[in-house]
Design a protein around this ligand. Structure first.
Ligand SMILES: [Mn+2]
Length: 472
């Protein structure tokens, strides 16, 4: 395709109807470079039409396209061959070299798919878990996308909706929302749904089935794969558990590798922030990342702290805050001070149950929670509180932190295997099925949801007894 006069020639790849006007995107190659135009017109044109525009963006020629798939393939392949460079991730964590080399080809496929959606203007929905790891994931993806669009010299705002997810399940309601969002678009390339740091649950299966009819999907997660979860409908499901790794390879780390493969951008601080945020054994507290992690944890727990009215926070907003040095420093300091203050408050009101080789602590979150803000959230706070307790003790500690119908359990990694909390939870579910609604997690971090009618004090006493029985 060539440029005519001051204008361009290309293919209509997407349109959106807004009352009686339609907004179109036009994709083409100009001297081997992908170009991208947006235009609004009442003229009768449709998806796949081949259009020529003059320098005022007026349509001067329109032909219907007999060679559509060939021309689209040419745009895509030329873009990939001129801009996509196969790179090796500069990994600094030796233990995960093998897992990375195994999933890298899959990440490369996913990166190429994202590029295709970007140059064809397809709507993209990015959902990320609302914690430090999930928001690190979104931040890395955002910076990677900006960087590749810069390389293309594409001057347009990509059609991306960023949504922060409050649960670890992709619910049917989410799928319906996503399908509704794209319903006003028509595109030559299927829309893309990108999930980061959640969704690997059997409860997501219905929604995945529904969404797969309308979207191609890229799904980067590191949660243990639940029985009944079916990732086969997901175009690119990439989880370290399937490649000889485990949850210590966080979603943020996966997304930083993805962003690097996509654009060549190195994002080591974001990578480390995600590792710190999710208590990965690969977290490195002597390298930058702890401040960013504290900041992200606070912002995702309570976006209103920034003064924003919305409950959602986008990576663009994160990026602007991080780059406003004064504001960022003050938010980081506030996050750390609030966390320290809450840990101190909790330790003053905690109950201790001594066992032979470890201490069991029980903490009631409602006694010291922050009344003005949702930060810190109890589940994540329990990990910080265990850290605080570990510092004060010479023997390992176990923490049961309860709030409403939830009990959050944290166990020193040194005794996690011996204690086998998941076994204790399985027994509870079996013997007290009317009390325990749900429960699960990892060896060192688990949680239980009780039913409304349950007697929480009794259940906690039973857990303490079971824990002590393991300490022989
Ligand atoms: Mn995570």
């Amino acid at each position: 395709m060539i440029t005519i006069g001051g204008g361009v020639e290309g293919i209509i790849t997407r349109f959106k109807s807004i009352s009686n006007t339609k907004r179109y995107t036009l994709a083409s190659l100009n001297n081997g470079k992908p170009t991208f135009h947006e235009l609004e017109t009442k003229a009768l044109i449709t998806l796949g039409d081949h259009i020529s525009l003059d320098s005022n963006n007026e349509i001067i020629k329109k032909t219907s396209n007999d060679n559509l798939s060939k021309e689209l393939a040419e745009i895509y392949e030329t873009t990939i061959s001129s801009y996509f460079i196969e790179r090796e991730y500069p990994n600094t964590i030796k233990e995960i070299d093998l897992a990375i080399s195994k999933f890298t080809p899959h990440l490369i496929n996913a990166a190429k798919l994202l590029i295709k959606k970007l140059i064809m203007g397809s709507p993209i929905i990015m959902r990320f878990h609302n914690d430090a790891d999930g928001s690190s994931s979104a931040y890395a993806l955002y910076l990677g996308i900006i960087s590749i669009l810069d390389a293309f010299n594409i001057k347009y705002t990509p059609n991306i909706l960023w949504l922060m997810q409050k649960t670890v399940v992709y619910e049917l309601g989410d799928a319906i929302y996503d399908i509704t969002h794209i319903s006003s678009y028509s595109c030559v390339e299927k829309p893309l749904l990108f999930i980061a740091d959640f969704g690997t649950s059997s409860q997501s299966v219905k929604a995945i089935k529904k969404a797969s009819e309308h979207f191609d999907m890229i799904w980067l997660d590191h949660h243990p794969i639940e029985e009944g979860f079916d990732g086969s409908l997901i175009t690119n499901y990439i989880n370290p558990w399937n490649f000889g790794g485990d949850s210590n390879i966080t979603a943020g780390l996966l997304c930083c590798i993805f962003a690097y493969l996509l654009s060549g951008k190195e994002l080591k601080e974001i990578e480390n922030a995600s590792l710190i945020g999710d208590y990965s054994i690969y977290a490195n507290t002597s390298k930058p990342g702890a401040d960013l992690s504290a900041f992200l944890d606070m912002i995702t727990s309570d976006p209103s702290i920034t003064g924003a009215g919305s409950k959602n926070i986008t990576p663009l907003e994160l990026h602007e805050l991080v780059n406003d040095k004064k504001r960022y420093d003050s938010l980081v300091n506030f996050a750390k001070a609030k966390m320290d203050e809450t840990v101190d408050g909790a330790i003053k009101k905690i109950k201790l149950y001594k066992s032979k080789s470890f201490n069991i602590y029980v903490s009631d979150f409602s006694l010291f929670r922050n009344r003005e803000s949702r930060y810190p959230l109890p589940g994540r706070f329990s990990s910080k509180l265990l850290d605080g307790l570990t510092l004060k003790n010479s023997i390992p500690c176990i923490l049961l932190l309860h709030f409403g119908v939830y009990i959050s359990i944290r166990i020193d990694k040194k005794i996690a295997t011996k204690v086998n909390i998941l076994g204790i939870i399985a027994n509870l579910k079996l013997n007290y099925e009317d009390d325990v609604e749900a429960g699960g997690g990892h060896d060192s971090a688990a949680s239980i949801k009780l039913s409304e009618v349950s007697d929480k004090t009794t259940i906690i006493k039973i857990i303490i007894k079971e824990l002590k029985d393991k300490d022989l």
